[in-house]
Ligand binder design. Structure first.
Ligand code: MD3
Ligand code: FE
Length: 218
C-alpha cells in the first residue's frame, strides 16, 4: 500500500462548492485554512466590543448575542434596525475589521463569482444551544449589489434558505465549522434563518457557534 497517497487522500479534501441558489454558493471548509488567523483578532474585537443580546423593535430579546467590527455595525433596539458608527454599549467606534477577515471575505466572494468585494462591516453572531434566528431578510445595507459572505465557526447549524416571499418553503442546509456561504445578486433579498442550535461541544470553539457575516453596509 502507498502510505503517502493514502495520507494525502485522507487529509486533503478537494474544494467543494455547492450552488444552492442562482447566486448562492456554499464553499465547504473554505475557511479552515484561515481559522488560526481569524481567532486572535476575533478575541481582540470581542474584548473591545463584547457580545450582548439586543431587543427587537417588537420588544423581543434576541436569543443570538452579537457584536460588530468595521466602520459600521448592525444594531437593533426599540426604535428599529440600523447600522451605526458607534457601539451603543461603549459609545466608542466599533473595532477595526481585521485584515484576515477582509482577506477571507474577498477570496470567498471571488471564488463565488463576485469580484472586488471589500467589506466595511462584520456582524458577529453567537449561538449557544437553543439560540435561533427566525426567517428574515437583510435589508439594512445601502447597496444590495454587493454580496454577503457568511463564515460558520464551531457547532453545526441548520440554515434555512427561503425565497423572496416569507411564505416560500425554505430549503434546509447544514452549515459546519469552516463552511462559507456567499450570496448576492438575485438571491440577495431571500428570506433566511437558523434553526435552534443543538447541544454540543466543538473541539476548537467549545459549546457555541459563531457566525461572521461580512457586508458592505455603507
Ligand atoms: C440570505 N445570520 O446575521 S448567515 C444575519 O448564521 C444572519 O448567523 C445567520 O442571517 C447566521 O443576518 C445566517 C446569513 C445568510 C446565509 C445565506 C443566505 C443569509 C442569506 C442566503 C440567501 C439570503
Ligand atoms: Fe440575515
Amino acid at each position: 500500500m502507498n502510505l503517502d497517497l493514502f495520507d494525502e487522500a485522507a487529509s486533503r479534501q478537494p474544494p467543494r462548492a455547492e450552488q444552492i441558489g442562482p447566486q448562492t454558493v456554499v464553499l465547504r471548509a473554505f475557511a479552515l485554512p484561515f481559522v488560526d488567523a481569524l481567532l486572535p483578532p476575533l478575541r481582540a474585537v470581542l474584548k473591545a466590543a463584547p457580545f450582548r443580546r439586543m431587543t427587537t423593535p417588537g420588544g423581543q430579546s434576541m436569543s443570538v448575542a452579537l457584536s460588530n467590527c468595521g466602520t459600521l455595525g448592525w444594531t437593533t433596539d426599540a426604535h428599529g434596525y440600523r447600522y451605526t458608527g458607534l457601539d451603543p454599549l461603549t459609545g466608542q467606534p466599533w473595532p477595526d475589521l481585521p485584515e484576515s477577515f477582509l482577506r477571507l471575505g474577498a477570496e470567498a466572494a471571488a471564488q463565488a463569482g463576485f469580484a472586488d468585494f471589500r467589506a466595511d462591516a462584520c456582524l458577529i453572531n453567537r449561538y449557544v444551544p437553543g439560540a435561533r434566528m427566525s426567517l428574515h431578510q437583510d435589508r439594512d445595507e445601502q447597496d444590495f449589489d454587493a454580496p454577503i459572505v457568511s463564515v460558520s465557526l464551531g457547532l453545526p447549524a441548520m440554515f434555512q434558505m427561503g425565497g423572496l416571499q416569507r411564505s416560500d418553503r425554505p430549503l434546509r442546509v447544514p452549515l459546519l465549522h469552516g463552511d462559507v456561504l456567499v450570496w448576492g445578486g438575485v438571491d440577495r433579498l431571500r428570506f433566511h434563518g437558523v434553526l435552534p442550535l443543538r447541544e454540543g461541544h466543538h473541539p476548537v470553539m467549545g459549546p457555541q457557534r459563531i457566525n461572521l457575516t461580512l457586508r458592505k453596509a455603507g
